[in-house]
Ligand binder design. Structure first.
Ligand SMILES: [Fe+2]
Length: 227
Protein backbone atom coordinates (compact mmCIF):
# COMPACT_ATOMS: atom_id res chain seq x y z
CA UNK A 1 0.00 0.00 0.00
CA UNK A 2 1.31 3.42 -0.88
CA UNK A 3 -0.19 6.87 -0.80
CA UNK A 4 0.57 10.53 -1.24
CA UNK A 5 0.98 12.80 1.75
CA UNK A 6 -2.29 12.91 3.68
CA UNK A 7 -1.41 15.52 6.27
CA UNK A 8 -4.30 17.88 5.39
CA UNK A 9 -6.91 15.26 4.52
CA UNK A 10 -10.01 14.49 6.54
CA UNK A 11 -11.25 10.97 7.17
CA UNK A 12 -14.82 9.85 7.88
CA UNK A 13 -15.07 7.88 11.10
CA UNK A 14 -18.68 6.85 11.60
CA UNK A 15 -20.75 10.01 12.18
CA UNK A 16 -17.70 12.26 12.58
CA UNK A 17 -14.84 13.37 10.41
CA UNK A 18 -11.31 13.60 11.78
CA UNK A 19 -8.05 14.88 10.31
CA UNK A 20 -5.69 12.15 9.20
CA UNK A 21 -2.96 14.13 10.95
CA UNK A 22 -4.28 16.63 13.52
CA UNK A 23 -2.49 19.99 13.52
CA UNK A 24 -1.28 19.69 17.09
CA UNK A 25 0.23 16.25 16.59
CA UNK A 26 4.00 16.02 16.66
CA UNK A 27 6.52 13.21 16.55
CA UNK A 28 8.67 13.16 19.67
CA UNK A 29 12.06 11.47 19.89
CA UNK A 30 12.47 9.66 23.22
CA UNK A 31 15.79 8.34 21.89
CA UNK A 32 17.64 9.12 18.65
CA UNK A 33 16.18 5.86 17.30
CA UNK A 34 12.75 5.72 18.99
CA UNK A 35 9.82 8.10 18.46
CA UNK A 36 6.30 8.40 19.82
CA UNK A 37 3.16 10.14 18.56
CA UNK A 38 0.00 10.52 20.63
CA UNK A 39 -3.45 10.69 19.01
CA UNK A 40 -6.23 12.13 21.18
CA UNK A 41 -9.12 10.57 19.22
CA UNK A 42 -8.24 6.96 20.05
CA UNK A 43 -11.58 6.38 21.77
CA UNK A 44 -13.51 7.02 18.55
CA UNK A 45 -11.18 4.65 16.70
CA UNK A 46 -11.36 2.00 19.41
CA UNK A 47 -15.17 1.95 19.45
CA UNK A 48 -15.22 0.97 15.80
CA UNK A 49 -12.15 -1.28 15.56
CA UNK A 50 -12.13 -3.14 18.86
CA UNK A 51 -15.31 -5.28 18.41
CA UNK A 52 -14.13 -6.39 14.96
CA UNK A 53 -10.65 -7.23 16.23
CA UNK A 54 -11.98 -9.18 19.22
CA UNK A 55 -14.24 -11.19 16.92
CA UNK A 56 -11.34 -11.92 14.56
CA UNK A 57 -9.12 -12.88 17.51
CA UNK A 58 -11.73 -15.38 18.68
CA UNK A 59 -11.68 -17.02 15.25
CA UNK A 60 -7.86 -17.05 15.25
CA UNK A 61 -7.71 -18.68 18.67
CA UNK A 62 -10.26 -21.33 17.71
CA UNK A 63 -8.15 -22.15 14.66
CA UNK A 64 -5.03 -22.48 16.79
CA UNK A 65 -6.10 -23.89 20.17
CA UNK A 66 -2.58 -25.02 21.19
CA UNK A 67 -0.96 -21.68 20.45
CA UNK A 68 2.10 -20.88 22.60
CA UNK A 69 1.51 -17.86 24.90
CA UNK A 70 4.96 -16.57 23.85
CA UNK A 71 3.85 -16.08 20.28
CA UNK A 72 2.53 -12.57 20.85
CA UNK A 73 -1.21 -13.13 21.22
CA UNK A 74 -3.75 -13.86 18.52
CA UNK A 75 -2.50 -12.42 15.23
CA UNK A 76 -4.94 -10.93 12.74
CA UNK A 77 -3.07 -10.62 9.50
CA UNK A 78 -5.69 -9.45 6.99
CA UNK A 79 -6.45 -6.03 8.50
CA UNK A 80 -4.90 -4.34 5.46
CA UNK A 81 -7.89 -5.56 3.45
CA UNK A 82 -10.64 -4.71 5.94
CA UNK A 83 -13.32 -2.26 4.76
CA UNK A 84 -13.10 -0.56 8.16
CA UNK A 85 -12.93 3.23 8.47
CA UNK A 86 -11.01 3.06 11.75
CA UNK A 87 -8.42 0.65 10.41
CA UNK A 88 -8.02 2.65 7.20
CA UNK A 89 -7.39 5.78 9.27
CA UNK A 90 -4.70 3.98 11.26
CA UNK A 91 -3.03 2.76 8.06
CA UNK A 92 -2.99 6.35 6.77
CA UNK A 93 -1.57 7.66 10.05
CA UNK A 94 1.18 5.03 10.13
CA UNK A 95 2.14 5.96 6.57
CA UNK A 96 2.06 9.68 7.33
CA UNK A 97 4.18 9.16 10.43
CA UNK A 98 6.71 7.29 8.29
CA UNK A 99 6.83 10.11 5.74
CA UNK A 100 7.23 12.78 8.41
CA UNK A 101 9.94 10.84 10.19
CA UNK A 102 11.99 9.80 7.17
CA UNK A 103 11.18 12.72 4.81
CA UNK A 104 10.59 10.09 2.12
CA UNK A 105 7.78 10.58 -0.42
CA UNK A 106 6.44 7.04 -0.39
CA UNK A 107 5.37 4.91 2.55
CA UNK A 108 4.89 1.33 1.44
CA UNK A 109 3.27 -0.97 4.00
CA UNK A 110 5.18 -4.22 3.62
CA UNK A 111 3.21 -5.98 6.34
CA UNK A 112 0.59 -5.10 8.95
CA UNK A 113 -1.25 -7.06 11.59
CA UNK A 114 -3.15 -6.75 14.84
CA UNK A 115 -2.17 -8.57 18.02
CA UNK A 116 -4.75 -9.38 20.68
CA UNK A 117 -3.19 -10.49 23.97
CA UNK A 118 -5.05 -12.44 26.64
CA UNK A 119 -3.61 -12.76 30.18
CA UNK A 120 -0.29 -14.59 30.06
CA UNK A 121 0.49 -13.75 26.44
CA UNK A 122 3.88 -12.22 25.65
CA UNK A 123 6.51 -12.17 22.92
CA UNK A 124 10.27 -12.52 23.29
CA UNK A 125 12.97 -10.26 21.82
CA UNK A 126 12.91 -10.04 18.05
CA UNK A 127 13.36 -7.65 15.13
CA UNK A 128 11.68 -7.19 11.75
CA UNK A 129 14.12 -7.94 8.99
CA UNK A 130 12.83 -6.41 5.76
CA UNK A 131 11.85 -2.79 6.22
CA UNK A 132 13.18 0.59 7.29
CA UNK A 133 10.73 1.41 10.09
CA UNK A 134 8.35 -0.54 12.33
CA UNK A 135 5.30 1.11 13.86
CA UNK A 136 3.17 -0.02 16.80
CA UNK A 137 -0.16 1.58 17.78
CA UNK A 138 -1.68 0.99 21.21
CA UNK A 139 -5.43 0.74 20.57
CA UNK A 140 -6.33 -0.95 23.88
CA UNK A 141 -3.31 -1.11 26.16
CA UNK A 142 -3.24 -2.83 29.57
CA UNK A 143 -5.02 -1.28 32.55
CA UNK A 144 -3.25 1.80 34.01
CA UNK A 145 -1.92 -0.01 37.09
CA UNK A 146 -0.45 -2.73 34.88
CA UNK A 147 1.09 -0.14 32.58
CA UNK A 148 2.82 1.38 35.62
CA UNK A 149 4.36 -2.02 36.38
CA UNK A 150 5.42 -2.58 32.73
CA UNK A 151 3.09 -5.57 32.43
CA UNK A 152 2.00 -6.10 28.84
CA UNK A 153 4.51 -3.43 27.87
CA UNK A 154 6.36 -2.99 24.60
CA UNK A 155 10.02 -2.96 25.58
CA UNK A 156 13.17 -2.22 23.61
CA UNK A 157 16.53 -3.76 24.39
CA UNK A 158 19.17 -3.09 21.77
CA UNK A 159 22.85 -2.05 21.91
CA UNK A 160 22.26 0.50 19.14
CA UNK A 161 19.60 2.34 21.18
CA UNK A 162 21.34 4.91 23.39
CA UNK A 163 18.81 4.79 26.23
CA UNK A 164 19.43 1.06 26.60
CA UNK A 165 23.12 1.81 27.14
CA UNK A 166 23.32 4.65 29.71
CA UNK A 167 26.66 3.64 31.23
CA UNK A 168 28.68 2.52 28.19
CA UNK A 169 27.75 2.86 24.50
CA UNK A 170 26.92 -0.49 22.94
CA UNK A 171 26.47 -2.26 26.26
CA UNK A 172 22.83 -2.86 27.18
CA UNK A 173 22.26 -2.30 30.90
CA UNK A 174 18.60 -1.25 30.88
CA UNK A 175 15.42 -1.53 28.84
CA UNK A 176 13.48 1.25 27.22
CA UNK A 177 9.70 1.23 27.70
CA UNK A 178 7.98 3.83 25.47
CA UNK A 179 4.65 5.28 26.69
CA UNK A 180 1.85 2.74 26.64
CA UNK A 181 -1.16 5.05 26.81
CA UNK A 182 -4.19 4.57 24.53
CA UNK A 183 -3.61 6.22 21.16
CA UNK A 184 0.18 6.14 21.35
CA UNK A 185 2.06 5.24 18.19
CA UNK A 186 5.68 4.10 18.59
CA UNK A 187 8.18 4.14 15.72
CA UNK A 188 11.65 2.59 15.61
CA UNK A 189 14.04 1.12 13.04
CA UNK A 190 12.85 -2.36 12.12
CA UNK A 191 16.25 -3.81 13.09
CA UNK A 192 15.80 -2.73 16.72
CA UNK A 193 15.23 -5.64 19.10
CA UNK A 194 11.91 -5.37 20.93
CA UNK A 195 9.49 -7.54 22.92
CA UNK A 196 6.28 -7.47 24.96
CA UNK A 197 6.22 -8.46 28.63
CA UNK A 198 3.47 -10.82 29.88
CA UNK A 199 0.03 -9.26 29.76
CA UNK A 200 -1.79 -9.39 33.11
CA UNK A 201 -4.97 -7.30 32.76
CA UNK A 202 -8.23 -9.23 32.41
CA UNK A 203 -9.29 -7.23 29.39
CA UNK A 204 -7.53 -7.96 26.09
CA UNK A 205 -4.52 -5.87 25.06
CA UNK A 206 -4.80 -4.82 21.41
CA UNK A 207 -2.01 -3.32 19.33
CA UNK A 208 -1.63 -2.75 15.61
CA UNK A 209 1.76 -3.08 13.91
CA UNK A 210 3.16 -2.08 10.54
CA UNK A 211 6.46 -2.66 8.79
CA UNK A 212 6.96 0.26 6.38
CA UNK A 213 9.56 1.13 3.78
CA UNK A 214 10.05 3.80 1.15
CA UNK A 215 9.88 1.23 -1.61
CA UNK A 216 8.09 -1.99 -2.41
CA UNK A 217 10.15 -4.98 -1.30
CA UNK A 218 9.99 -8.26 -3.27
CA UNK A 219 9.82 -11.65 -1.57
CA UNK A 220 8.06 -13.13 1.43
CA UNK A 221 6.87 -10.56 3.98
CA UNK A 222 6.63 -13.07 6.82
CA UNK A 223 9.29 -12.92 9.51
CA UNK A 224 10.44 -16.20 10.97
CA UNK A 225 8.08 -17.07 13.86
CA UNK A 226 9.46 -17.18 17.38
CA UNK A 227 9.38 -20.87 18.29
FE1 LIG B 1 7.64 -7.01 16.62
Amino acid sequence: MTGASASCAMHALGPISVPVWPNDTGITHIDPMVCVVSFSDNEAIRKIAEPKLLEAAEVAREAEPDRWPGGGGAKIRDIGEWPCAAMTLLHKRAQEAYRRLTKEQEAHIDDCWASVYEPGDFIGPHAHRRTNVSVVYHLTPPDPEDRENFDGALGIVDPRVARCCPTKPGYVTTQLYPPLDPGTMVLFPSFVTHYVTPHRSKSPRISIAWNIDGKEIPGNVADEPLL
